[in-house]
Design a binder for this molecule. Structure first.
Ligand SMILES: [Fe+2]
Ligand SMILES: [Fe+2]
Length: 304
């Protein structure tokens, strides 16, 4: 059966993503909604900085931040977690945690004039503090060092709503309290409010098929996003140090590589190039968020 382009678009408009005939599928991308759309916000997404001394990591990170503000003039920064190299391994002592956060503070001064909205990565928490009552133990300390209001939170900019999640819970998931909060958050937004979500671990996408590390509650989250498909536009993540774009039910899922690439190292035998992890170079993403709710995400490699 031959289907004209006009018919395809008409059917796709009625049931986006629905199978047509003979295995043909038509998908309407969330982009290009209106002809006269305007960029409402330009946002830089950095993730997996893993700052540490050695390999000139602080100098290279600082140079890249300067490059981002000089070249792109973003409205603000999103930081996807694993900000410090690691506080989570059993052998980590207090001085190492203090040193890494001090390096973070020093580097981030480069963008002191910009707002930075961070989420928690698995390497940011010191679980081996001598006691749970220790001021540096666990998530509360990382929240404090990242200067964020809570381990999960939301904010508004222009007509967009931003939701920052904490997937550092059982089997990489949202805990019940956080999931209820997210449900309520999406429910209470006016219809068609464009929403960007950011978490450390990918919710859907290609990278977790290759290396694991995705949300175990991805189906539950996918269902929730489908319920609010007039709002949820894009989910950003990191953790896997790999870059991909996956579009599902008109939501774009982007794992935006890693600022540190191969953890600031040269890469290994499987890497495609210097500093790469597998085929992904070190980099950051630049997002254009439009006033009509459409969004573009570009992963930009860096060679600092
Ligand atoms: Fe990481
Ligand atoms: Fe991670």
């Amino acid at each position: 059966m031959k289907i004209s382009r006009r018919t395809l678009l008409k059917v796709a408009g009625l049931a986006t993503g629905a199978a047509l005939t003979e295995g043909t599928q038509a998908f309407v991308e969330p982009q290009n909604k209106s002809k006269n759309k305007k960029v409402a916000l330009q946002v830089a997404h950095i993730t997996d900085v893993h700052i540490r001394k050695g390999d000139e990591a602080p100098e290279r990170f600082t140079k890249c931040l300067q490059h981002i503000i000089d070249n792109h003039k973003p409205d603000f920064f999103l930081n996807g977690g694993d900000s410090i190299n690691d506080a989570s391994y059993d052998s980590v002592i207090r001085e190492q945690v203090i040193e890494q956060w001090a390096l973070w503070d020093q580097c981030i001064k480069t963008i002191a004039k910009y707002e930075v909205f961070s989420c928690l990565g698995n390497h940011d928490m010191w679980w081996k503090a001598p006691a749970k009552t220790d001021a540096m133990y666990g998530k509360d300390y990382a929240v404090k060092r990242l200067k964020i209001p809570n381990r999960y939170y939301s904010f508004k900019k222009k007509n967009w709503h931003f939701i920052i999640l904490d997937g550092n819970n059982s089997q990489i998931s949202l805990d019940e309290e956080q999931f209820k909060w997210l449900q309520n958050e999406l429910e209470s937004l006016p219809a068609r409010t464009p929403v960007l979500l950011m978490c450390h671990y990918p919710i859907l996408g290609t990278t977790q098929v290759l290396v694991g590390g995705g949300h175990s509650d991805c189906k539950k989250l996918k269902d929730l996003f489908y319920k609010h498909k007039d709002k949820v536009r894009i989910c950003l993540s990191g953790h896997n140090h790999l870059a991909d774009h996956t579009s599902y039910n008109e939501v774009l899922y982007c794992c935006n590589g890693a600022m540190s690439g191969f953890w600031w190292g040269k890469g290994d035998a499987e890497s495609a190039g210097k500093g790469y992890y597998l085929e992904t170079p070190p980099g950051y993403a630049l997002l254009k968020l439009y006033d009509d709710g459409s969004v573009e995400n570009e992963y930009i490699p860096h060679s600092f």
